[in-house]
Write a protein that binds this ligand. Sequence first.
Ligand code: ATP
Length: 309
Amino acid sequence: MHIVVDQLTKTYGRQKAVDNISFRVRPGEILGFLGPNGAGKTTTMKAITGLFSFDAGTIHIGDKSITSQGDQVKRHIGYLPEDHALYTEMPVIDYLKFIAEIEDIEPARISERVGEIIQITGLQDEKHKQIGELSKGYQQRVGLAQALIHDPEVLILDEPTTGLDPNQIVEIRELIKSIGREKTVILSSHILAEVEATCDRIMIINNGQIVADGTAKELQDRARGKYLMNVGIAGADADAVYNALKNLPQVEMVDFADKQQMLFEVRSVDQNSPAKEIFDMCVAHAWYITRMTPQETRLEDVFRQLTMN
Ligand code: ATP
């Protein structure tokens, strides 16, 4: 099912939490919301799940409006809230059976479905424990299990890997990725590496507005503008190499990255690599290249550029 958000605005008093944002997510796509604290991620996610009314705009899940046809569409949505309240005194298995009933799963299918979801979320060894006795990571898995139990077509996950250890993060990421092949998924995170690893597309939100939307690669390319590379050249005096590099028409700027080691940082005049010119220059002088690596614009740099107010 598609998610179509059109000109959504939500205000709290005079604070515009979400300011006229529009986007679509298609089935089989995992969209990552990235943004600093207070950017409007949770507000947008809650609006999509139909948890509250908003001031302006429309949200459609498939062809149904979340506002006027919410009853028909909410059962297709699985939601993992940021601060999910679990019944800590209930054993995991009873809690999931209870959620399955609330989600209108046929009584005859409940045990089987709870068994499946326990398997999928790796809760097999914990299923008889009270939720309050579980570690934070396992509680997070219970949260995911409750979001998935009715096999929803749309999944909204607010910071799904919070509190997980690095191994669990990888497992949950893989789980979300495999689920995401068939469903429409939006997740939020503060962890750049996480959205980069899990999501097909990233939307950076700042002050309630979308400031970037694309694949990690597209966002990096857009932010980079100029081609940057690290070059190591040996067989000559460092200053001679520096001057020769500086005189290449394709090179806009040269810096010593490590003068002793004859390492240079080179910025091209445009998005194209000056590798060929540097190679020809070295051949002409009988110098040799010890290193030539493009410098990646990290998603972290893109994020900072777009969200520093
Ligand atoms: P975080 O990463 O910290 O969870 P977020 O991007 O999810 O942040 P939101 O929780 O959507 O951000 O908040 C957006 C803005 O709306 C913030 O300025 C916040 O203070 C405000 N806000 C959110 N919920 C409420 C509320 N119930 N009452 C008043 N203001 C609110």
